[in-house]
Design a protein around this ligand. Structure first.
Ligand code: RTP
Ligand code: MG
Length: 155
């Protein structure tokens, strides 16, 4: 991976463990509203991921737009922005082997109605927008998103 040789593992990879990756996970507002955050966290722990950081917060429009910048021109951006800023969320950094792929498999596909039972979206999501969880889609995205939500002395 280029550009992070000296990062000491602060980006989406760990220089000491080949295959160890990080992902930024968000339990979206519907997850807290339905009081299933604990069950979702348990699924990550049961799958062997390490929780490296976690906070309860509310995402404002500016941060939501930065996080979902690739979707700004999509027709679902308005509803997405309203949804993700609608209530408290839990944001976590998890790590483990092949984290990006394994976490997204655990989450299930974007459309909760198509997600198999046993996946997080299959068990707790409602539809293609209200889908209870976010997970980084690449190590590059993870690095950017972790920096966005966990930077500065108070984070
Ligand atoms: P995420 O980024 O939240 O982990 O979800 P994802 O990769 O599975 O899906 P993505 O395409 O990145 O979309 C981001 C979020 O936007 C909402 N969405 N609504 N057609 C729609 O109404 C639609 N498509 C996507 C979802 O909340 C999705 O997770
Ligand atoms: Mg995505």
């Amino acid at each position: 991976m280029s550009g992070c040789e000296n990062c000491s593992g602060s980006c989406g990879h760990n220089i000491n463990n080949v295959g160890i990756e990080r992902s930024l996970i968000i339990i979206k507002p519907d997850g807290l509203q339905a009081r299933v955050a604990g069950k979702i966290i348990s699924k990550f722990e049961d799958a062997g991921f390490t929780i490296e950081n976690m906070k309860l917060t509310k995402i404002d429009e500016e941060l939501a737009s930065a996080h979902y910048k690739d979707h700004i021109k999509k027709d679902f951006f308005g509803p997405l922005l309203r949804y993700i800023t609608s209530g408290p969320v839990i944001i976590m950094v998890i790590s483990g082997e092949d984290t990006i792929n394994r976490a997204r498999n655990l989450m299930g596909p974007t459309d909760s109605r198509k997600a198999p039972k046993g996946t997080i979206r299959g068990d707790f999501g409602k539809d293609i927008t209200i889908n209870v969880i976010h997970g980084s889609d690449s190590t590059e995205s993870a690095k950017r998103e972790i920096g966005l939500f966990f930077s500065g002395p108070d984070q």
